[in-house]
Design a protein around this ligand. Structure first.
Ligand SMILES: [Mg+2]
Length: 315
């Protein structure tokens, strides 16, 4: 399953492109666009340094090589946050508020599925940014038609709930993985996007708990979504904004490089918007479409590739 490398490294490289310019405004980046891998900036890290988005993604991927074990996922997230495991340079420099609180709950002995924040304000992009590896488990367990299986959605929601337990975060993760799944099966992004969106809608419309939440994702269901003006695409850390921005970048570009640079240059939550975008772009265009000059700069690339290859053997 080369697709694991495609998705994970696609996410990681995009994260690293966004790290030096996190929090910079769109206006500023319009005047000084990111066109290549930079270093330093916001967190003063060398070029190719990836952040929490990639670290938590790698924790989940590694955990899934032992099967589906929510407590093990949380233990690995804690190893990242407390011991700087799964980091680029033995340093943790970015932890989301909701994620930090959930890991403190876990340390107190709370059941992993009850650790995540469930308030409406707990809908940052912190579970969306690390959910991608779950698609490999779902496809291996339920096949590529996992979106027809309620149990698959239960698992997606549980993995989100480890840190982000509100229904809106659940729906965002469900939509994201439904589209990711179709991207793996299609040569056309627009077709894959519509099909994945419909897979998610079929499920969420049939569930009382989620039906009303779908309204927050309305714009994505507009046939003309890809023609939305850039001014109307937000790139904040709100999970709905991040999901919209990621799909918009994917639908309005034609190669990995343009897609992830477009995401970074939206500004604000650059690393996570780019990571969420880059995971999809990596799955669609493949690992080999990622510029070699960027790959060469990625911190601990061998470690990441080894983890992907291990996952390709056992998930
Ligand atoms: Mg980050």
């Amino acid at each position: 399953m080369e697709m694991i490398k495609d998705g994970i490294i696609g996410l990681c490289v995009a994260d690293a492109l966004g790290v030096p310019v996190e929090f910079l405004s769109r206006n500023f980046l319009q005047r000084n666009p990111v066109v290549d891998m930079r270093g330093y900036g916001t967190y003063n890290q060398p070029p190719g340094t990836w952040s929490d988005d990639t670290s938590m993604t790698l924790c989940l991927l590694d955990s899934l090589t032992n099967g589906l074990d929510y407590a093990d996922m949380m233990r690995k997230f804690a190893l990242w946050m407390n011991n700087a495991e799964y980091t680029a340079y033995d340093e943790v420099f970015d932890v989301g508020v909701t994620t930090g609180k959930a890991l403190s709950e876990f340390a107190k002995g709370t059941d992993p599925l009850l650790c995540g924040g469930s308030g409406e304000y707990d809908n940052g992009n912190g579970s969306l940014m690390r959910i991608l590896p779950l698609i490999f488990h779902l496809r291996s367990f339920f096949g590529d038609v996992f979106a027809y299986n309620d149990k698959a959605f239960d698992i997606i929601h549980n993995v989100s709930s480890l840190t982000h337990a509100h229904s809106r975060s659940h729906v965002a993760c469900g939509i994201y993985l439904s589209v990711a799944n179709r991207l793996l099966e299609s040569k056309n992004i627009n077709t894959a996007f519509s099909a994945g969106m419909n897979d998610a809608k079929r499920y969420y419309r049939s569930k009382n708990r989620y039906y009303d939440e779908l309204a927050y994702f309305d714009r994505l269901y507009d046939d003309d979504f890809r023609y939305t003006a850039k001014e109307n695409i937000k790139s904040s850390g709100y999970v709905v904004d991040t999901l919209e921005a990621a799909f918009w970048c994917l639908l309005t570009t034609e190669c990995y490089e343009d897609c992830v640079l477009k995401a970074v240059n939206l500004g604000e939550d650059t690393d996570t918007v780019a990571a969420v975008t880059g995971g999809l772009a990596g799955l669609f265009y493949g690992y080999k479409a990622i510029p070699e000059k960027w790959l060469k700069q990625i911190a601990r690339l061998d470690f990441i590739i080894n983890l992907c290859e291990k996952a390709e053997r056992v998930i």
